[in-house]
Design a protein around this ligand. Structure first.
Ligand code: FPP
Length: 255
């Protein structure tokens, strides 16, 4: 009944910003007797699907967790293979992203990446910078705590130089210094792989996100499951800390 699920989502309130933790590549590969890297490669297809679907539905922003600060401690070959995959993916996909009017940005500690990857990222970002369609963020070498610390440091530097008054720092100002900057907070987090935790992803920005946990492993994530996540979101009453009632209903239609 994939069709019915898609239909429900089409007429219901959509998230403005979706964040996805793409988990389960290693288990998907192991179940087939393949190397973990084969799972990461297979994980590219659902990435393409999510970009296409978000662009088609007019969703404003999509942020994908591709490599965490903690992932550096994986075996060296797996890290090298993932970095190679990112290089290859940017190289191969940037034209198609551009064709779909997607604006690509990489968030995370890019100084930890190879000079070659940094250069390729900069070129892809520049090429798509003026696109007005989907805003696609890929988190690489990203950690939510790292993000908060780098924002605090940036603001502290401005305070020390006299460019910023301590009293000018409020939540909006702090949020703007985070990697997502002035993008709206994700209102839906999808996590695949049957784990139910945040794993240090967008700790500040996910404060009020609805959480959709899927038992599917990331390479198996498909249009039906994406539509299910949207239907789940459409059915949530978003309260942002308010009591249930009229205000909450209004927020549901316009979060
Ligand atoms: C987590 O699964 C997944 C990753 C660490 C890598 C995600 C990367 C991709 C989907 C590839 C391409 C992405 C882009 C945006 C170019 P896991 O290895 O932790 O799986 P496990 O929990 O089964 O071990």
């Amino acid at each position: 009944m994939a069709h019915a699920v898609t239909e429900t989502a089409a007429s219901a309130p959509l998230p403005r910003h979706i964040a996805i933790t793409m988990d389960g590549n290693g288990r998907w590969a192991a179940a087939r007797g393949l190397a973990r890297t084969a799972g990461h490669k297979a994980g590219l297809e659902p990435v393409r699907l999510c970009v296409r679907e978000c662009a088609r539905l007019g969703i404003e922003a999509l942020t994908l967790f591709a490599f965490s600060s903690e992932n550096w401690s994986r075996p060296a070959e797996e890290v090298a293979s993932l970095m190679g995959l990112f290089l290859e993916a940017i190289d191969r996909e940037v034209s198609e992203l551009d064709r779909q009017a997607v604006r690509l940005r990489i968030i995370g500690n890019r100084h930890a990446l190879s000079v070659r990857l940094q250069a390729q990222i900069a070129a892809a970002e520049q090429r798509t910078a003026h696109n007005t369609g989907l805003k696609l963020q890929v988190a690489v070498s990203y950690g939510g705590r790292w993000d908060i610390v780098q924002a605090a440091r940036a603001l502290a530097t401005q305070c020390t130089s006299g460019a910023l008054a301590l009293t000018a720092i409020d939540e909006a100002h702090f949020a703007a210094a985070l990697e997502l900057g002035t993008l709206p907070d994700p209102d839906l987090l999808i996590r695949t792989g049957a784990e139910r935790r945040l794993s240090n992803f967008l700790l500040w920005n996910l404060a009020y996100a609805e959480l959709y946990f899927s038992d599917l492993l990331w390479p198996d994530f498909d249009a039906t499951e994406f539509a299910r996540a949207l239907a789940f979101f459409a059915g949530r009453e978003r309260r942002f800390g308010q009591a249930a009632g009229e205000g909450a209903t209004a927020l549901k239609a316009a979060p």
